[in-house]
Design a protein around this ligand. Sequence first.
Ligand SMILES: Cc1cc2nc3c(=O)[nH]c(=O)nc-3n(C[C@H](O)[C@H](O)[C@H](O)COP(=O)(O)OP(=O)(O)OC[C@H]3O[C@@H](n4cnc5c(N)ncnc54)[C@H](O)[C@@H]3O)c2cc1C
Length: 403
Amino acid sequence: MRGRRVVLFERERFPRFHIGESLLSSANEAFEALGVAERMLAAGFPEKWGARLFTHDGRAGRGVDFAVASGVARSQTYQVPRAEFDRILLERARELGVEIREGERVTACEFDAAGASIESVNGAAESRRTRVRALVDATGRAGLLAKRFALRTEEPRLANVAIYAHFSGVPRLPGERPDDIRLIARADAGWFWVIPIGPDLTSVGVVLPRPLYMRWPHGAPEEMLARAIADTPVVEVLMRGARREWPVRVEKDFSYFTSRYAGDRWILAGDAGSFLDPVFSTGVSIAMETGIEAAAELDRAVAADDFSARRFAGFERRCRRRYQSFRRFVVGFYTPQFRDLFFQERPPERIFRAVVTVLAGRWRPDPWNRFLGWLFFRFVGVQRWLPISPRAHRRDADAGYPG
Ligand SMILES: Cc1cc2nc3c(=O)[nH]c(=O)nc-3n(C[C@H](O)[C@H](O)[C@H](O)COP(=O)(O)OP(=O)(O)OC[C@H]3O[C@@H](n4cnc5c(N)ncnc54)[C@H](O)[C@@H]3O)c2cc1C
């Protein structure tokens, strides 16, 4: 978009399956910036206005409405089948003149004072070398540079396992917002997502802290998911008429932090930098935001002919703050006292609005909402010792909360 020459390597051929289907309001700003807002509208993806929260016995069912978030220009966002969504983004890049090399895997990258040399191999096992001035690593969890420079640290409090598949025949929510994501707390520390991603296709998955998962009798992924569904009453009812349309997949160890987000002639965007547990659906929206920021950084670096790590210090700081801002919510979710307050039927309105502001993607809210967010976590702290909200979530060791 700024007239620079860009080469994009993608090891797969699109469309391809990917997990990460529920977006935040802040994604709308990325769609505007990338010039795909109208295409997103035209694609007819299920509309997401917020989330519906359920406790394991189905008692709560309260809504999280992104419209109450402060500083969000457009609150309604989408839930997407990633194969189609990612194809829209890739085609947009092609249209803007990016040289797309699909089916070409980057195998190595060497940096020197004048640029970087990228080694890649295509489906016919032909390898080639491409010389570039700088590299944005957006390889997701594969983490090309994170592995090369040993940048990653696992998040021990988020050592979770996800088991999921796509189903048809899952009933939608009654009322005006039938496609909102449902987030269902299990009786233990686990939880379910139920995300409509097409007219009759729904993504259903369970996330379990690793110690819980390890205690379960291990069987095929299908058996593990069926077991989790069977002992989560709300989900069991929803899934009675459902038919599985995809194989069940399992993912582990997906939360990690990075010691650096940029270096001389390289920048990390999206999961290639860090990733937080999917509970608040932050992944894709952060990936797009950091991708856009990384592009702007490189544009300025090209203009100044300076690609030093020092130049990218501001980008790095921003990435760290964004990660920390979301992290306290995600880590908090895996404590019973956070859940007591988060799932309560009538939470204090202003405080909850501040919470929703961050969860809609506004990770740097104004000082007032920051203060209210801080207050929320103080209440969570008090809840540990003194019940200011009913203690609705189990606290015993068998519930499997980390730490
Ligand atoms: C269980 C689970 C549920 C999730 N649910 C949600 C959700 O509801 N909402 C949400 O926003 N996020 C969710 N996420 C997170 C989401 O999947 C990611 O955050 C998001 O896809 C990150 O985008 P990315 O572009 O950084 O990486 P990716 O989308 O992983 O893209 C990386 C790309 O790089 C390519 N690649 C990798 N290595 C190479 C190489 N060496 N050479 C060339 N190409 C390469 C890959 O093929 C891939 O296409 C979930 C994650 C998990 C694990």
